[in-house]
Design a protein around this ligand. Structure first.
Ligand code: SD4
Length: 334
């Protein structure tokens, strides 16, 4: 039996089956219909993404217009940035770890609450596509390192070199000083996290990154961790994070944003509260790092907030694709 068939069959037995039925029961008693009736569906569909990524949101929007699923939309949108060699924090062309190796983290979550993730993936550009396959074709939610790479080859992906000449040169320059401190990119182009709602009000999200430039070998950030880098609850809304993953993980940031929306906060208020949890921690050195969140609720309202100035969200809604500067915490900064 091929390994892939074995993987699929494994989900039909033992623990796999027990877990599967729990998930099904949860979604069956969903109260989506009640919530959806209060949505102004004329504002849907809607796509939002972290940073200034017009090509990615356009791709997601067009995917929806062509009748494809909202899961296809977020996957296809993220793949645009993964394939962009000029984007040095995602996929092919991403900056390497301190040993010169490019490693990718990604996750995806659908409106039923299913999710898949890959961490420390090497030699494959489209980490988000592998994360989706983990969700759909295995009984697991996360594959790491060599196992994730092996799985990618088994489902037909080819080995690639992700270290571009530009990234290699940047790494060689970095090595001259080899500052141990992670360098936080708070520029205008970064990890992509994308959330989309289709015209029926169903929400999906995805997140993909090469993580912090010159990180320690083996380091994994928030981006592939469900609840930290991304969380979707089809009854409430969704959130996705960018910035220093360690700080997002410590506050389970995206789950927190969604839970705050569940308690009645708007997406904007929820993003602000999640940032305040980070900056108000005792001894927080938040002036030295960036974290940003974007969120959407079931009504199609959106929010974005970050610690430092310079974060933005790209939003495609009602045929208009715009980049919106995020409000931020450190107001004294210029
Ligand atoms: C990480 N959150 O690996 C990612 C990186 C990122 O802006 O978003 N940078 O920690």
């Amino acid at each position: 039996m091929k390994r892939r068939n074995f993987i699929k069959n494994a989900s039909l037995s033992g623990v796999g089956f027990a877990i599967g039925s729990t998930i099904t029961n949860c979604t069956e008693k969903s109260t989506d219909k009640k919530v959806i009736s209060s949505i102004d569906k004329s504002t849907l569909p809607l796509v939002i993404a972290t940073w200034d990524v017009p090509n990615a949101t356009t791709k997601a929007w067009e995917t929806l217009q062509h009748g494809k699923s909202v899961l296809d939309a977020v996957e296809q949108g993220c793949m645009i940035e993964e394939a962009d060699l000029k984007n040095s924090s995602v996929g092919n062309g991403g900056l390497p770890d301190r040993d010169g190796i490019v490693t990718l983290d990604s996750c995806i979550m659908n409106s039923k609450g299913d999710c898949g993730a890959v961490v420390y993936l090497q030699n494959i550009t489209h980490a988000v596509a592998i994360a989706r396959k983990v969700m759909e074709d295995t009984p697991h939610v996360m594959l790491a390192g060599r196992g994730a790479e092996q799985f990618a080859y088994e489902i037909g992906f080819e080995k690639e070199n992700l270290l571009t000449d530009t990234s290699k040169k940047a790494w060689e320059t970095w090595k001259e000083k080899s500052e141990y401190k992670p360098i936080i990119n708070i520029e205008n182009h970064d990890t992509i996290g994308m959330l989309a709602i289709d015209k029926n009000g169903d929400i999906c999200g995805a997140c993909t990154t090469s993580g912090l430039a010159y990180k320690m070998s083996g380091r994994v950030g928030d981006s592939p961790i469900i609840g930290s880098g991304l969380f979707v609850d089809n009854e409430i809304g969704a959130a996705v994070a960018t910035g220093l993953g360690e700080e997002v993980v410590k506050t389970v940031g995206s789950f927190l944003v969604v839970e705050l929306m569940r308690q009645g906060k708007s997406p904007q208020e929820a993003c602000e509260e999640a940032i305040s949890r980070i900056v108000n921690k005792p001894n927080s050195n938040y002036k030295n790092f960036q974290v940003g969140y974007i969120a959407v609720n079931k009504r199609g309202e959106t929010g974005a907030y970050s610690i430092h100035q310079g974060f933005s969200m790209t939003k495609y809604q009602e045929g208009k694709n715009e980049n919106i500067q995020s409000d931020f915490f450190l107001k004294e900064e210029k």
